[in-house]
Ligand binder design. Structure first.
Ligand code: PMP
Length: 325
């Protein structure tokens, strides 16, 4: 779908996957005016296909669009575009636990000029690919690397937007994490390295023994995860208190040491809910719960995936059913 300042969104079509033509002066190639989303289509046991809260992705894309000076896209148009693609590609939605079709809607500025200004022309596209588990080895706790040399977001920056530039900035720290045997990076506040923001592609939760979940507040630096929002709801439904506030590495370490923090997990569309088994930094290594998945983490994961794959009731109306074409 193409957008121009004069004509708005127009020329929507479904086309075979393949390369797209771009002018070398296209503004996205120079100034990184690009935003994206990630959601999944799930095949339920009865063969039907659903997506999970796609209108939330549409709203978040529009928030990213505002920050990146890109145009707003109507929520219905976004949802319809993802639905149409999944309907056409229904045969590519795999069945089975942890299997899904990963859907990648994205918007790029596509006007040719070299001066620095917001583009007056954009394109919105949706592509998709079958996906298995994000981390190999099933629900195994992951090790995370505390990145204190590199920040992902600064105050007033683009941390809350899902734009390619944020991920470009996270690739070097991700390499450093891998060199240190970790699967993910834990980013902290640019001004206060004790304050936890999020992981490279996931939000973080700490589970306290007194039935409280603690997670960094949406402070403008972290991505407002849709899995995060959904888990807050499911935990509250269970009678858990959820504290969205500033969380520090010190609080985490002390809580683990005195037994008040019993589990930690990361969550996101791709990774679902992943227990955190180890936190490493140049100065220390902490192993949690003998690096075994926590009980609460596993049961919350079971509940969320149960809703997505149809073995549990969708009591909040989060699923959008797709009719294959
Ligand atoms: N933080 C970052 C940086 C991410 O890339 C993601 C994945 N989109 C998340 C958090 C989790 O968001 P969601 O639950 O909407 O997938």
């Amino acid at each position: 779908i193409t957008w121009t300042k004069d004509a708005g969104w127009h020329d929507a079509r479904v086309m075979p996957y393949g390369p797209i033509a771009m002018d070398p002066a296209s503004s996205v190639l120079h100034y990184g005016q690009e935003i994206f989303e990630g959601l999944k289509a799930y095949r339920r046991a009865d063969g039907s296909i659903v997506t999970f809260r796609p209108e939330e992705n549409a709203r978040r894309l529009n928030e990213s669009a505002t920050r990146l000076a890109l145009p707003q896209i109507p929520v219905e148009l976004f949802v319809e575009a993802t639905k149409q693609l999944v309907a056409v590609d229904a045969e590519w939605v795999p069945s089975g636990a942890d299997q899904s079709l990963y859907i990648r809607p994205f918007m790029i500025a596509d006007e040719s000029f070299l001066g620095v200004r917001a583009a007056q022309r954009a394109r919105f596209m949706v592509i998709a690919s079958p996906a298995g588990p994000y981390f190999s080895g099933g629900v195994k706790p992951v090790s995370i690397w505390l990145s204190q040399d590199f920040a992902r977001a600064g105050h007033g920056g683009t941390g809350a937007a899902k734009c390619g530039g944020n991920y470009a900035a996270s690739l070097l720290p991700q390499n450093v994490a891998a060199e240190n045997g970790c699967q993910q990076v834990l980013f902290t506040d640019a001004d206060n390295p004790d304050v936890i923001d999020e992981l490279g592609g996931m939000n973080l939760f700490l589970v306290r023994g007194d039935s409280t979940l603690v997670t960094p507040a949406l402070n403008g630096n972290i991505l407002p995860g849709i899995t995060r929002k959904s888990l807050i709801q499911l935990a509250q439904d269970r009678g858990y208190a959820v504290e969205e506030r500033a969380v520090t590495v010190t609080e985490w370490r002390e809580g683990v040491a005195d037994g008040s923090i019993v589990e930690a997990f990361a969550c996101g569309t791709a990774a679902v809910i992943t227990p955190i088994g180890q936190l490493k930094s140049p100065d220390f290594t902490i192993d949690f719960g003998d690096r075994a998945p926590g009980e609460f983490t596993l049961s919350l994961r079971e509940e969320l995936t149960g809703i997505q794959y149809g073995s549990r009731e969708d009591r909040h109306g989060w699923l959008e059913e797709i009719t294959a074409l």
